[in-house]
Design a protein. Sequence first.
Length: 189
Amino acid sequence: RALVVCVVWATAGEIFLTEAWGLYEYRFGFVPPYVPPGHALLFQLGVWVTATLGSFTRRALVVATVPVTLAGWLFLGDQQSLLFLAVLLLLVSIGPTPALYGTMFFLSLVLELIGTSLGTWRWAPREEWFGMATFNPPIAAGAFYCCLDALTVGWRRKDSAVDEPGCEPAGMVPSAVPARVHDEAQRAG
């Protein structure tokens, strides 16, 4: 059920970010139907990758979001990412799964770079609400993916009566991760 919730939140987020805020637009002018389920797949990948990383690597990924975003601002003029970084750091400090956010920042950056280079979507050079310039894609666009993950994991915690493998926020033990890999990740972290 958590992945279904992820798809619902992703759909609402895509409509808000494209239609209401106008941050980016898709090549054909609408959110392609594969995008919201793709967010759920990326979320599941992030959970799996995070579970396989050692404690040091998980922390390093979170810390690395700051210099990477600042470099985007300094060298690419990506002002929006400063705002997005503030959201990300807030999530890291109060969200249910901070280690997941570092992983998702970089997984989503790769996805954003591929998607924009293929022309599937394009970020507006300057967003309308605050007038901030951005790079295509914003370096810290992953903050939106992290918000989605926090909403999905937060829902999962509220629905704790349901024993669903794949979205355990505390131990980050997705069902796709073999027990041996999970045990190694737990020992390392």
